[in-house]
Design a protein around this ligand. Structure first.
Ligand code: PEP
Ligand code: MN
Length: 352
């Protein structure tokens, strides 16, 4: 039972892992209450989620049960003591959700890509004291996500959180939405005031990956989860492949490893290793600067001799050589490629 959970206190000091769970879509009173009953047996679950209006890619799919689902959410809240949470995409959703006692709102990944929608939602949330979580936009564009927080913050929304749900990617990946952890990490760096939780269900897209991604998220230091659960996942009207039963969620929690957020006491070993890393990072920066200086000299030479800046054959062989050497040193091929692509791009710009 979660009656005593105070979400505003959590925002002020998000120490306790926040677990939000419930069906992708609210489908019927029985489905919601049955799922909520199962979840009420997991102490960690404090918030019941349920999609009432579903943003579907194709128009012939189930688009949500609508307003009557909000009455069942209220019933589940009163029966099991959860806080409730739903997705809003237009001002009418906000108005109806609040009218039916929804405690927390989230804005979906498809809505966050649209600044008009975000501005409209910010406008209607002005003066409303409700916590709002913002999912990352489906495209890997951190600025859109930041912009959404700025619009809502500008409208006075005080309790703002982020939900990392992965990104659409054309690269082959076994995820439904590639996690691209560097994007939420960069958000956390730029906005220390915004707690970000992980929606493992929409990252994975299938049950089989959930445990692994949940563990990765915990190891990265996530402070909360959103996980879709359903009393009969195989027959769910939306996202059937990624939902799990509350019983499976309970089991999954039992096999996750929870790490401490900080080393207790003074840890000499860790501090010394960090000092070594700092020295190496300084050396790396100096070397990159030195490399850029040489690159500029090469640029002057090319100008003088009227040869093009980009020398494709040379670049191709340099890249192949570096990747081979890097792989032999035990480095990740993709990472070596990305590092040198960035360095090369900068070199080229200096020579233009
Ligand atoms: C959802 O949480 O069910 C949902 C539609 O999420 P997203 O906006 O991340 O696709
Ligand atoms: Mn879903």
């Amino acid at each position: 039972m979660s009656a005593s959970f105070d979400i505003r206190k959590w925002f002020e000091n998000p120490k306790e892992l926040l677990v939000i769970s419930g069906p992708c879509s609210v489908e019927s009173r029985e489905q919601l209450l049955e799922t909520a009953k199962g979840l009420s047996e997991i102490d960690r679950v404090k918030v019941l989620r349920g999609g009432i209006w579903k943003p579907r890619t194709r128009p012939d799919a189930f688009e949500g049960i609508g307003e009557k689902g909000l009455e069942w959410m209220l019933e589940a809240k009163q029966r099991y003591g959860f806080l409730t949470m739903t997705e809003v995409a237009v001002p009418e959703h906000v108005e109806l959700a609040l009218k039916h006692g929804i405690d927390i709102l989230w804005i979906g990944a498809r809505t966050v890509v649209n600044p008009f929608s975000m501005q409209e939602l910010a406008g209607c949330l002005k003066g409303v004291d409700v916590p709002v979580f913002v999912k990352n936009p489906i495209v890997p564009d951190l600025k859109l996500w930041l912009g959404a927080f700025e619009r809502l913050g500008g409208a006075g929304v005080k309790y703002l959180g982020g939900i990392h749900r992965g990104f659409v990617s054309y690269d082959e990946t076994h995820y439904r939405n590639a996690p691209l952890w560097e994007i939420p990490i960069e958000l956390l760096r730029l906005r220390r005031d915004i707690p970000v939780i992980t929606d493992i269900s929409h990252i994975c897209g299938c049950r089989e990956l959930l445990q692994e991604v949940a563990q990765t998220a915990l190891d990265m230091g996530t402070i909360g989860f959103m996980i879709e659960t359903h009393n009969d996942p195989e027959h769910a009207l939306t996202d059937a492949k990624q939902q799990i039963t509350p019983e499976s969620l309970k089991k999954a929690f039992n096999s996750l490893v929870f790490r401490k957020r900080k080393v207790e006491g003074d840890d000499v070993i860790l501090n010394n290793l960090r000092k070594e890393i700092d020295v190496i990072d300084d050396e790396l920066l100096n070397l990159i600067a030195k490399r850029m200086n040489i690159s500029e000299k090469i640029g002057d030479f090319k100008k003088e001799h009227k040869v093009t800046v980009l020398q494709m054959d040379r670049w191709k062989s340099v890249m192949e050589d570096h990747i081979n050497k890097g792989v032999n040193l035990g480095l990740n091929e993709e990472s070596v490629k990305e590092i040198f692509e960035i360095i090369h791009k900068d070199s080229i710009e200096r020579q233009l």
